[in-house]
Design a protein around this ligand. Structure first.
Ligand code: AMP
Length: 115
């Protein structure tokens, strides 16, 4: 079942503006509106999947592609030597937009475990 449409669908259709740093047939990457690091880019599939928790076997290639795009974005943004890729799945994990997205964060030190 397709998830309810989110504002990210409107960003994909260019109905609301975003600072896009990468785009191809399958994916879009744009700067987060409330950056948590000097580099904070969201990588999303154009296909609306709510989160990793509901992704299916059919999404295998797409999910791999998103990870590769995250790496490309990190190179493009000059943080390839140290960056973090995060995806929140479910409200309890901090997900607020239910269209799968990878946060690509870089440009500052990160601690572990994450909060
Ligand atoms: P999450 O909380 O993991 O679902 O992440 C959603 C992210 O989307 C947050 O980091 C928000 O700052 C970001 N966000 C929400 N609206 C926009 C927008 N219009 N453009 C860019 N980023 C957004």
């Amino acid at each position: 079942m397709a998830p309810e449409e989110t504002l990210f669908a409107k960003i994909i259709r260019k109905e609301i503006p975003a600072d896009v740093v990468y785009e191809d047939d399958l994916a879009l990457a744009f700067r987060d509106l409330a950056p948590q690091a000097p580099v904070h880019v969201l990588v999303i599939p154009k296909e609306p999947i709510a989160n990793v928790g509901v992704a299916e076997d059919a999404h295998r290639d797409l999910l791999g592609h998103l990870m590769l795009v995250a790496g490309k974005v990190a190179v493009q943004e000059g943080v390839a030597d140290a960056f973090r890729v995060v995806t929140n799945s479910g409200e309890g994990a901090g997900q607020s937009v239910f269209h799968l997205h990878l946060h690509v964060l870089g440009g500052r030190p990160f601690s572990w475990p994450p909060g």
